[in-house]
Structure formats: structure tokens, C-alpha cells
Ligand binder design. Structure first.
Ligand code: NAD
Ligand code: 89Y
Length: 343
């Protein structure tokens, strides 16, 4: 079987990682790129040797010649581009956050379903090796039945220099970063039924919240805490590590800074270094995120080829996005919000 052909829209800050991932992927290659900014288009086109370049997505789809599109633009353009892809019958990947509102997110999922095209949200954090190691340890039964957990991302890293738009939106950390932590919580502890959230802005130079704490009730009775901050100045900067604590009936698990995994069970503690490999194109400290980009893209190729729904399909991602919406609503109104209210 020949390689799947892909087109990428949005040649900005993060797309470079996606282009590296596609270059190394088995079974797919990028044949065309698009960005309304000609300079960004040229930079990525030249760096990755892509000749077919477009400043208009309409023109890209009109010319066609690809099996899937990878949308790496910022959130405001997601709905229009996903619906365009669906109209052209092209399988679609869209970066997180899926959309600015639940109404948009549902419309995108429904447009792809109606056209019968596969739709995956690039929700990559659950593909990070350390998170996979946590899941594997729980699935092994070593700590017994899980009853409590914590997913934590606390940092003082300057994300605004690479992604200046993050400083300008009314929503910041839950929509941008918390969304990943909430998805990890779903991946590890199951779907949530309700959330209680508190937010705060510490950095006066930004418009949105940079600290958020969420308490989640999960379907199976597990309680989890998801906390994130970009206002936390630690002696050793942990960016971009997600740390985890999980308590079970037979033991405990701790994923601590430096990619250390400790699984404590039957009176003994097993320590493992779960640091992801730095791929040839990696730029630490981003290597953890970068590896997960390559892994989710390979998963997409396999799912598309097999005709299987990808793990973080648009449909699945509505549950993660609902947690984002419910968290903002909970923080605004100071009450617990049931997921049913926003789904
Ligand atoms: P960016 O602003 O650097 O890049 C976006 C690019 O898209 C720009 O070059 C812009 O000109 C182009 N663009 C916008 N609308 C377009 C349109 N309609 N047609 C063609 N081109 C268009 O943004 P970024 O930092 O690269 O972020 C892009 C997305 O990636 C965001 O949704 C962000 O949340 C996400 N992101 C994900 C991760 C992750 O780990 N999954 C990490 C960082 C960013
Ligand atoms: O945009 C964010 C993401 O998805 O991962 C980290 C990030 O780049 C900054 O918070």
C-alpha cells in the first residue's frame, strides 16, 4: 500500500513539530501546505522541501490530491476549516482546542460524520510516554482498584514568547493547557460527570487566567484533582512535565519531576525512569511533547488505514472539551457543574 498523502494548514509555531513528525512517520507524507502568511508558508515549505504551497485553504481543497488534512491553525479558524474539509470529503485532524464553543465543536463533529470522513483532534498529551507508563502500571493491577488521582502541571515557563496570542485571550490556561490535563484525567480515570473549578490570574500582563484547580467526579466513583499553573516559580523548572499521583486499594503510583515513576505495591517500590527519548529533531525541554506528536500522528495513519475511529476522535474529544466548558462555568458561578449541562 502506498503512503497516505496529507496537506497541512497553518505553518506557525507548533506546525513545525507536526511537519517533523510527518517526515519521520511510516505510511504518510505531506504533499501540500497552506498558510495565509506567505513568509511562514515559505519558511516551512523551504525547510521541508514542499513545493505545493497555498495562501488560501479554498484553493488547496479545490486542487485536492491528498487523503487527509492536518489543521494546525489557532482555534478561531478551526470550525471553518474542518467544515471545508468535510465538504470536500477529506479526512481531518484538527489541533486542540477543538473550537471556541461547544456549539462549534458539535457542528464540526456532525459535519464530519455526515460526510463520512474520519475526524481526530490532535490531543497529544495522553500519547506522552510517561502518561502511557502510568496507564500501563494501573492496567497491570499493581496498585489495585484506583479511588483517587491527581494530574498536575505547574510551571513558570514563558510560553508567551513563542505563542504571543496566549497572553491576549479572555480564556488562557484551562483552554490552552488544562485541556490536556483534563484529557489525561479522562484517559486514566474515565469520563467525568461533574467538575468544581477555581481560577485566578496572577500575571498582570495577560488577559486570561493562569492558575486553575479542578475537582472531578468520574463515572466509576474515582475523584481526581487537575491543577495547572503558569505562575509557579520552582527551583527547577518542570516545563512541560505533567505530574501524577494515583492511589489504589493495593498501592500507590507517583510520577514525579524528572520523569521518575514510583509504583508502590505489596510493601515494595519499583522505580523507573520514564523520560521519553529525544527524537533527532527534538528541542528539549519540548522533547516530551514532541515525541507525543510523532506518536499521535502514527496512530492516525494506523487508524485511517484500518478504518478505525482514532482514540481522540472529534466525538471523543467533545467529552474533554465539555470539561473545559464546565470548568469555566463552575469558576464563574462558584458551583459544581454537571457535564450534562454543557454537553
Ligand atoms: P501560530 O499562530 O504560531 O500558527 C498558526 C498559523 O496558522 C499562522 O501561521 C497563521 O498565519 C495560520 N493561519 C491561521 N488561520 C489560517 C487560515 N484560515 N488559513 C491558513 N492559515 C491560517 O499558532 P501555534 O502556536 O502554532 O498554534 C496552533 C495550534 O496549535 C493552536 O490551536 C494551539 O493551541 C495548538 N498547539 C498545540 C500544542 C500541542 O501540544 N498539542 C502545542 C502548542 C500549540
Ligand atoms: O499551547 C500549549 C500546548 O498545547 O502545550 C503547551 C503549550 O504550547 C503552551 O501551554
Amino acid at each position: 500500500m502506498g503512503d497516505l498523502k496529507g496537506a497541512l494548514i497553518g505553518c506557525g509555531f507548533f506546525a513545525v513539530n507536526q511537519m517533523h513528525g510527518w517526515r519521520d512517520a511510516e505510511g504518510a507524507r505531506i504533499v501540500a501546505i497552506c498558510d495565509c502568511d506567505p513568509e511562514r508558508l515559505k519558511a516551512v515549505g523551504d525547510a521541508f522541501g514542499i513545493q505545493r504551497r497555498y495562501t488560501s485553504a479554498e484553493d488547496l481543497f479545490a486542487d485536492g490530491g491528498f487523503d487527509f488534512v492536518d489543521i494546525a491553525t489557532t482555534v478561531r479558524s478551526h470550525r471553518g476549516l474542518v467544515e471545508m474539509a468535510a465538504r470536500h470529503g477529506v479526512a481531518t485532524i484538527c489541533q486542540k482546542p477543538i473550537a471556541p464553543t461547544m456549539e462549534d465543536a458539535k457542528a464540526m463533529v456532525s459535519a464530519c460524520a455526515k460526510s463520512g470522513v474520519a475526524f481526530m483532534v490532535h490531543e497529544n498529551f495522553r500519547w506522552q510516554s510517561p502518561i502511557r507508563a502510568v496507564k500501563a502500571a494501573i492496567d497491570s493491577g499493581a496498585i489495585g482498584e484506583v479511588f483517587w488521582g491527581r494530574v498536575s502541571f505547574r510551571s513558570g515557563y514563558d510560553v508567551f514568547s513563542g505563542q504571543p496570542y496566549l497572553a491576549t485571550g479572555k480564556r488562557f490556561i484551562i483552554e490552552d493547557l488544562g485541556i490536556h490535563a483534563l484529557d489525561v484525567a479522562r484517559y486514566i480515570f474515565g469520563d467525568a460527570t461533574a467538575v468544581t473549578a477555581r481560577t485566578r490570574r496572577v500575571n498582570p500582563a495577560i488577559a486570561g487566567e493562569d492558575v486553575a484547580t479542578m475537582l472531578l467526579d468520574h463515572d466509576g466513583g474515582i475523584t481526581s484533582l487537575v491543577d495547572c499553573s503558569y505562575a509557579t516559580k520552582l527551583p527547577v523548572e518542570p516545563f512541560p512535565e505533567t505530574l501524577m499521583e494515583v492511589d489504589g486499594s493495593k498501592g500507590t503510583l507517583r510520577l514525579t519531576q524528572g520523569y521518575h515513576l514510583a509504583v508502590h505495591s505489596k510493601g515494595a517500590t519499583k522505580l523507573t525512569n520514564v523520560e521519553p527519548p529525544a527524537l533527532s529533531w527534538a528541542s528539549p525541554p519540548w522533547h516530551n511533547i514532541q515525541e507525543s506528536v510523532a506518536l499521535i500522528q502514527q496512530h492516525w495513519i494506523e487508524a485511517l488505514r484500518a478504518g478505525r475511529e482514532p482514540d481522540t476522535s472529534g466525538r471523543d474529544n467533545l467529552e474533554t472539551f465539555a470539561l473545559v466548558e464546565a470548568s469555566y462555568l463552575s469558576a464563574a458561578e462558584g458551583r459544581t457543574v454537571s457535564l450534562a449541562e454543557v454537553l
